[in-house]
Design a protein around this ligand. Structure first.
Ligand SMILES: *[C@@H]1O[C@H](CO)[C@@H](O)[C@H](O)[C@H]1NC(C)=O
Ligand SMILES: *[C@@H]1O[C@H](CO)[C@@H](O)[C@H](O)[C@H]1NC(C)=O
Ligand SMILES: *[C@@H]1O[C@H](CO)[C@@H](O)[C@H](O)[C@H]1NC(C)=O
Ligand SMILES: *[C@@H]1O[C@H](CO)[C@@H](O)[C@H](O)[C@H]1NC(C)=O
Ligand SMILES: *[C@@H]1O[C@H](CO)[C@@H](O)[C@H](O)[C@H]1NC(C)=O
Length: 346
């Protein structure tokens, strides 16, 4: 309360000073004024890569300082933390984060004025870190949108998790080979549109070295009851995949590094992990059936308590990396909420 009152006062003083300088400016000649204005608009409105990087750094620094009030927020902004809206000063992140940055992954869209960042953060205990990821949108160098997620452990999204391995895994993606063939903006957007589409004819080649992660961890198939492989799976572009006809496509399109970020809101079911996944989208019926089959076998064995399969919604910010005409990385970043949920961003 105290801080927000103070913040309101600062804003008022700030806007008063803007009014005064505008009045002062009216004595300038019309030509000088219009030159001054066009200069200030072009320099103020565009936010190149370094400017976007600086804003992401400011966001992370402000969390560590437990003070969001220094951020260049627009007069009206939209912000969510783990799928629900909240004013920044009320968010958990600005209360608990004690170490953050620089980001391990940073995708920047200078055309849209948006960026996606992901990193491991500490909330006071460096032994068990969490994964922070977010999307920011900037207009006239002011933050208009901030979509933040903190995944603290597997239950937040349904299985793979490693805040510890995230930095090394993502470092590779941030330094693609210099001689790569970059993908066009149009092909990155086409990829984003196909990702959650119910039908698409886009054929996608997958690089042998394509890195497949969920919440920082290279996904493995541990097999039935954990008796499978520990070798990371590669990527695939399967026909059997989650769908969302309202998917938010091309949220961040980074033509330089080949990233594209897409959001899908995916209804599904949470299982106690068996041999498929702890969260299986409803559109993947055969996977759900196989997991139910495992569950039935376990019921008969009666050797451990089993979670009753329960409806849930996966709010997903999926990051793809594409260059040399091949998919190079796929990151399925999910945050689970209750069943029948939608997104404040729709
Ligand atoms: C880039 O260079 C590497 C080795 O320097 C080479 O193996 C690769 O074929 C080159 N890739 C392209 C797309 O030219
Ligand atoms: C995909 O191709 C089939 C047959 O070539 C066509 O009927 C269908 O409309 C295409 N779908 C899309 C989404 O373009
Ligand atoms: C899993 O592997 C362990 C150790 O090799 C073995 O004891 C156990 O029977 C296996 N369980 C299943 C279900 O295959
Ligand atoms: C999972 O377990 C079920 C029941 O044992 C089995 O039918 C299914 O093939 C298994 N699926 C995978 C991918 O291991
Ligand atoms: C709401 O969620 C429940 C539990 O997952 C599911 O059975 C039901 O089909 C959902 N309803 C709608 C309208 O999506």
């Amino acid at each position: 309360m105290h801080y927000s009152g103070l913040f309101g006062m600062l804003r008022l003083l700030l806007s008063l000073s803007v009014v005064f300088s505008a009045i002062g400016g009216s004595s300038m000649s019309a030509a000088a004024a219009s030159i001054g204005r066009s200069n200030s608009i072009s320099s103020k409105s565009h936010c190149p890569r370094q400017c976007m990087t600086d804003i992401v750094t400011e966001i992370l620094d402000s969390m560590v300082a437990h003070n969001p009030y220094t951020l260049p927020m627009a007069s009206f902004y939209v912000a969510t933390e783990n799928s629900h809206p909240a004013a920044l000063g009320m968010m958990t992140l600005w209360r608990t984060v004690t170490k953050a940055g620089p980001p391990s992954l940073l995708a920047i869209d200078t055309k849209k004025g948006s960026a996606y960042f992901a990193l491991d953060i500490s909330e006071g205990n460096d032994i068990t870190e969490s994964v922070l990821r977010g999307r920011v949108k900037v207009v006239n160098r002011q933050i208009t949108e901030l979509e933040l997620f903190i995944n603290r452990y597997r239950g937040d999204h349904g299985f793979s998790f490693s805040a510890a391995e995230l930095p090394t895994n993502y470092e590779v993606l941030m330094s693609p080979p210099a001689n790569r063939t970059k993908a066009s903006r149009a092909s990155l957007i086409a990829l984003s549109e196909a990702l959650f589409a119910t039908s698409s004819n886009l054929s996608v080649s997958v690089a042998d070295s394509c890195q497949f992660t969920e919440a920082g961890w290279k996904v493995i198939d541990p097999g039935t009851n954990g008796n499978g492989s520990t070798t990371p799976l590669g990527c695939s572009w399967p026909d059997d995949h989650p769908t969302d006809t309202n998917a938010r496509v091309g949220l961040v399109v980074d033509e330089e590094l080949g990233f594209v970020v897409t959001s899908g809101v995916i209804p599904g079911k949470v299982f106690g992990y068996g041999n498929i996944s702890a969260f299986i989208p409803n559109s993947m019926t055969s996977a759900q059936e196989a997991q139910e089959e495992w569950l039935e076998e376990m019921k008969v064995l009666d050797i451990m308590p089993l979670l009753t399969p329960t409806g849930a919604t996966g709010d997903t910010l999926e990051v793809l990396q594409y260059y040399n005409d091949e998919l190079q990385a796929m990151q399925i970043n999910v945050y689970l909420s209750g069943p029948n949920m939608t997104s404040p961003w729709l």
